[in-house]
Design a protein around this ligand. Sequence first.
Ligand SMILES: NC(=O)C1=CN([C@@H]2O[C@H](COP(=O)(O)OP(=O)(O)OC[C@H]3O[C@@H](n4cnc5c(N)ncnc54)[C@H](O)[C@@H]3O)[C@@H](O)[C@H]2O)C=CC1
Ligand SMILES: O=C([O-])CC(=O)C(=O)O
Length: 292
Amino acid sequence: MTSLAILGAGKVGGETAYLSAVLGLVDEIVLYDVYEPLLRAQVLDLQHTGLDLTISTETKRMRDADIFVFAAGTPRTPEIRTRADLLEANVPVVKRCAELLQGSPRVIVTVTNPMDANNYGLWRSIGIDRERCIGFGGQLDSARFTGFLREAGISAQGVVLGEHGEHQVPVFSKTGLKVPVNEREAILERMRGASMEVISGKGGTVFGPAYHIAMLADAVIHDRRRVFPCSCVLDGEYGLSGCSLGVPARIGRDGIIEIEEWRLDPWESSKMAEAGAFVQQLCRKFDGKSGT
Ligand SMILES: NC(=O)C1=CN([C@@H]2O[C@H](COP(=O)(O)OP(=O)(O)OC[C@H]3O[C@@H](n4cnc5c(N)ncnc54)[C@H](O)[C@@H]3O)[C@@H](O)[C@H]2O)C=CC1
Ligand SMILES: O=C([O-])CC(=O)C(=O)O
């Protein structure tokens, strides 16, 4: 039996539960939200699909899940400029989540923003192996990057490392094409605003995150051992530590199997260093030192 636990049954948590059920990824979904009427409605709505699935709302069961998705907390509205601006609001939710997970599931996927800092915070607060904590966002940024490349007439699979936020690092060197710096900066600026266009129009990003979270869950559940751009707690990789940051990581049933160290060009390396310094400062919030 495969069990998926999701904390936060809102837009992303709810859609992830639905998609995982429809794709037949799991036998059991453990769903919880502090807002009881929403939780009840989401459970009923899932039950009304008629799919052969056990649905539980018992938080104790989350600790035994094969994969746990942390999607609880405050999302952005058009008034909240950056994901990092959500830190103060979501630190207490990270801490509550850590208390809930004491026994801890096999693999944890952090979605709640600012995702990189929160992934680091969960890892610090629960005290488990860093390989078991995966931060989600790089796949989504990479899909957006691929779309912008296509619009610029470049047919290549885009990969984005760095922060899931203003300090994204699109890896142009991987496309095999020479893209001048001014063109890189123009694409990067559009990438920074990509999700806000969706948030302004429909109140939040839903299909994109849910699809890619389900693909990540699939890699864990089926031990795919594929490389995903995702946020990992770093211990010297890319010259960084004291943070979780987007890097290429091979994902399997127990989480992160290995972090690949790609050769980045000078523009990418300097963006990666900036991203690291920025996220390190956010992560200090969880080290008991003042960060923001
Ligand atoms: N990493 C990524 O790529 C993405 C991250 N996000 C982030 O995911 C988070 C959730 O986004 P949405 O689903 O759109 O928000 P939402 O507001 O629709 O859902 C969040 C849910 O969390 C619940 N909640 C709050 N505190 C809780 C607690 N202590 N325990 C259990 N439930 C709690 C709320 O009642 C709410 O239902 C936000 O921080 C958002 O910024 C959203 C999209 C993509
Ligand atoms: O932009 C946001 O606040 C939600 C998010 O992380 C995304 O869709 O990439």
